[in-house]
Design a protein around this ligand. Sequence first.
Ligand code: NAD
Ligand code: TYD
Length: 352
Amino acid sequence: MNFSKVILITGGAGFIGTHLVKHWVRTYTNQLVINVDLLTYAGNLENLRDIENSENYKFIKGDIRDADFLAQLFIDYPIDSVIHLAAESHVDRSITDPQSFLETNILGTFQLLNACKNAWKDQTSGKLFYHVSTDEVFGSLGEEGYFTEETAYDPRSPYSASKAASDHLVRAYFHTYHLPVVISNCSNNYGPYQFPEKLIPLMIRNIIGMKNLPVYGDGKNTRDWLWVGDHVSAIDLIFHRGEKGETYAIGGHNEWQNLALVQFLCQSIDKKLGKEEGTSEKLITFVTDRKGHDRRYAIDATKLKDKLGWEPQISPEEGMVKTVDWYVENAEWLDSVTSGNYQEYYKKQYQD
Ligand code: NAD
Ligand code: TYD
């Protein structure tokens, strides 16, 4: 089959990557989607079963830190664009093991930028390096205000510092080598296939299993939650219509304090499973706060709305209900992704 374009998506077996790969393979059937993923604890090919046999999809297990692997990949395939998601993505893990975050998020991004720079040295028209990043690079907000594209970088965890460094490298390659790049910084995503180390799936799993629900600190830290499908639609739009060298902030205008969110999950699941009201809320346990815990994140996505017409399509209520339903109905997915050394991680993290 002759493809009109070849798109490399890194980290396509992770949470957001799963949704992005499926969207791209199904929407752009004349493009070849290559998914490169190392399949760390966070990557799971089961997520992609329903598209794995598509003619325009190819999975390659590989490490973005490996320059030789990347150079060969660009020789083997005429890659036009890269959408880069592969990363170590969990703040708590970055606190106990920062080095792997520096290696994957900084050096891995650097190797990928170099591979693109080398492969596209004679021709950059029609090429794009899309870097998927986080709003955590902007630091922590007080009770008021929002992050925008103009907010100064102030990363405060090893995870956000490593993502900030990768953003800077991407911009440096744009200015220094004229590599065509675009960056987006998105707020917290939620939805199906998120690894249960992140707040929402972890709490849902524990509610189902009647385990303690560990809320850090006073539970008033606030996150701006975006339905993962809305993030994917923003990536698609920015990929096609974003301006090279620009940055776009993506967010849901959907702020929740952690405790309120956990209470909402308890109530929804109790209702869904026919349990007496208040049953799961009794499991809420306040635990020692995360080190350097950022207080509040919230995005003002006006630029994306004004320039490209993007707005989230799924309301917060609808998104949360869909999410709870998916995890409750796919409890075996939660079991399968936690069958490795998750128990060990969990014990260490929560002294449980
Ligand atoms: P995830 O942890 O679920 O998935 C990361 C994927 O990258 C996994 O499949 C893993 O196997 C792969 N990977 C890790 N190291 C690799 C390496 N060296 N080589 C190749 N593959 C490797 O992460 P996610 O939540 O899907 O996030 C994806 C991207 O989006 C990340 O760059 C993250 O910083 C960014 N982001 C995430 C959120 C969020 O709320 N989850 C919000 C904004 C931005
Ligand atoms: P998380 O999902 O790890 O995302 P991030 O830290 O990247 O925003 O955490 C979301 C919020 O939930 C954050 O304020 C930390 C808090 N949290 C808990 O209170 N308990 C938990 O067990 C976890 C994993 C997170």
